[in-house]
Design a protein around this ligand. Structure first.
Ligand code: HEM
Length: 501
């Protein structure tokens, strides 16, 4: 009897894993069969697919979009990647990008955005505007929010932009001894957090004036976004004991951000209910939206507040840091930009949106910076029906990635792609091929805060080049770091002198 029991137990110990492996193998084969006709690199592991391939790229200091660009160059404008059971199709084909982002009304990919919304099981940006994957719900909510970002609203922010930005300008003026090294990535992070806090949410955060190092919120944003990237790099990290402490820290950071959202919401709600004066800002808009539409889930409003804080801060700070690097590396461009700023605003400190709109070269510089260094480079759609890309059938329900980083660095779309050349965007020449450049994405799900972000960035950059000369520390890294967004790895350290000194 005893011997029989042992035999049974040993049989189970062998049979259960064998059956499980067989079931997983059959599942992988059946999922992958539907995509076998689509080109792509050979996989390194049957079970993990291209996860080990990606790990190899990471070890070489490269990030996901750099791997994607190599595959696109090698296999053509449509390639597939297998991340264990998950298939990602990447396309740089302009016509399919048009269909996927603009004309086809495809929703965002659940596989990508639900992970972003609820990272490691913790609600992060949840079902906020950027992560909502139900297209019908999203259409309704975006229509409610669009008025908040109209040009007339942005125009009303001119004075507040000037006030906030001048705090950084004054701080830099105090440090402009030609020696003090300042991380402009940190400074821009502080400034853009103050700007979105003050202008969007009526909060006086005082990061620029008070901080010499990152605030609790900039640290939380950094950690939470780092968590997104870490998860994308290694979807199995939650099963690894060595990662548990890091995951706990990421979850804590996400909670910190949501607590801030909740506090701002509650406070503003009370003010509105008491009939107090409240500024006409993004927060007012969101709180009133909830009060007027009680059926809206309160958690979703917190998702939105968290989304706006993140989306409105990191992206602009990264863009500005890259712009400083590009200008320092291309002195001729910097000189031309300085000349334009001097022509349009002279030495007046208050810069209006009308002034900004007159600066054509500044616009070209920002566009070219976004071509080479798009802070938010990838988007994912889920095709609702089978579609064809360059003759390859893509089954309905596929996660399809489009990357402005990839498309904008392809020689066939942008000759000599690594050259920083704002002239590509000279409006008189119309050299940009459609659907090859999309730093704010295209179509209905493009960035709602584009005008806000661009005007803010242009105003900051023009004030800096108007007042200062700067040098960068040549020993820092000028590589790109991917941490959900793309940012300069070395922190963009600069030293400043005043122009008239
Ligand atoms: C230079 C600055 C900015 C860049 C490069 C940028 C880029 C982008 C990109 C690429 C997307 C699409 C993301 C995706 O498809 O997953 C996006 C969406 C979004 N952005 Fe921005 N953004 C910037 C500034 C801002 C600002 C200042 C705000 C708010 C104040 C903002 C709010 C949003 C929101 C809410 C969405 C989601 C829109 C939707 O799905 O309806 N962004 N942004």
């Amino acid at each position: 009897m005893m011997a029989l029991s042992w035999l049974f137990i040993s049989g189970c110990v062998i049979a259960v894993p064998v059956c499980a492996l067989t079931a997983v193998s059959i599942y992988l084969i059946s999922v992958r069969k539907k995509y076998s006709h689509i080109p792509g690199p050979p996989r390194d592991s049957f079970f993990l697919g291209h996860i080990p391939t990606f790990q190899k790229y990471l070890k070489q200091g490269k990030f996901f979009s750099e791997m994607a660009i190599e595959f696109i160059r090698k296999y053509g404008h449509v390639v597939k990647i297998e991340m264990a059971e998950r298939i990602i199709v990447i396309t740089a084909d302009p016509q399919s990008i048009r269909e996927l982002m603009i004309t086809g009304n495809h929703s965002k990919s659940k596989a990508a955005y639900e992970k972003l919304g609820f990272l490691f099981g913790e609600r992060f940006i949840g079902k906020g505007l950027a992560a909502e994957t139900d297209q019908k719900v999203w259409v309704w909510r975006r229509a409610l929010m669009n008025p908040c970002f109209q040009k007339s609203y942005i125009k009303g922010l001119e004075s507040a932009f000037n006030t906030e930005i001048d705090l950084l300008i004054n701080k830099l003026a105090g440090l402009a001894d030609g020696k003090t090294q300042i991380s402009m990535l940190e400074e821009f992070n502080h400034l853009t957090l103050d700007v979105i806090g003050k202008i969007g949410f009526g909060m006086q955060m005082n990061n620029v004036e008070n901080r010499t190092e990152p605030s609790e919120y900039t640290k939380a944003i950094k950690l939470a976004l780092g968590g997104v990237s870490a998860f994308l790099r290694d979807p199995f990290m939650k099963f690894k004991y060595s990662q548990w402490k890091y995951i706990a820290d990421v979850k804590k950071a996400m909670k910190t951000l949501r607590v801030l959202s909740k506090q701002s919401f509650d406070e503003r709600k009370k003010q509105i209910e008491r009939g107090d004066y409240t500024p006409d800002d993004i927060l007012n808009f969101l709180v009133k939206m909830k009060l007027e539409n009680p059926e809206l889930d309160g958690e979703v409003i917190l998702d939105d507040i968290t989304t706006f804080f993140l989306a409105g801060q990191e992206t602009s700070a990264n863009l500005l840091s890259f712009a400083m690097i590009c200008l320092w590396q291309n002195k001729d461009v910097l000189e031309r930009l300085k000349a334009e700023v001097s022509d349009v605003v002279g030495d007046k400190h208050y810069i209006s949106i009308e002034d900004i709109n007159k600066m054509e070269y500044l616009d070209m510089v920002i566009k070219e910076t976004l071509r080479l260094y798009p802070p938010a480079s990838n988007t994912f759609r889920e095709n609702k029906t089978d579609i064809e890309i360059q003759g390859y059938k893509i089954p309905a329900g596929t996660s399809i990635m489009m990357s402005t980083f990839v498309s904008s660095r392809l020689e066939e779309f942008f000759p000599d792609p690594l050259k920083f050349d704002p002239e590509r965007f000279n409006p008189a020449e119309n050299r940009i091929l459609s659907y090859t450049y999309f730093p704010f994405m295209l179509g209905p799900r493009s960035c709602i805060g584009k005008d806000f972000g661009v005007i803010e960035a242009k105003m900051i950059l023009s004030k800096i080049v108007q007042r200062f000369n700067f040098e960068m520390d040549p020993n820092q890294s000028f590589d790109i770091e991917e941490s959900a967004t793309l940012k300069p790895k070395g922190g963009a350290f600069c030293s400043f002198t005043l122009c008239d000194s």
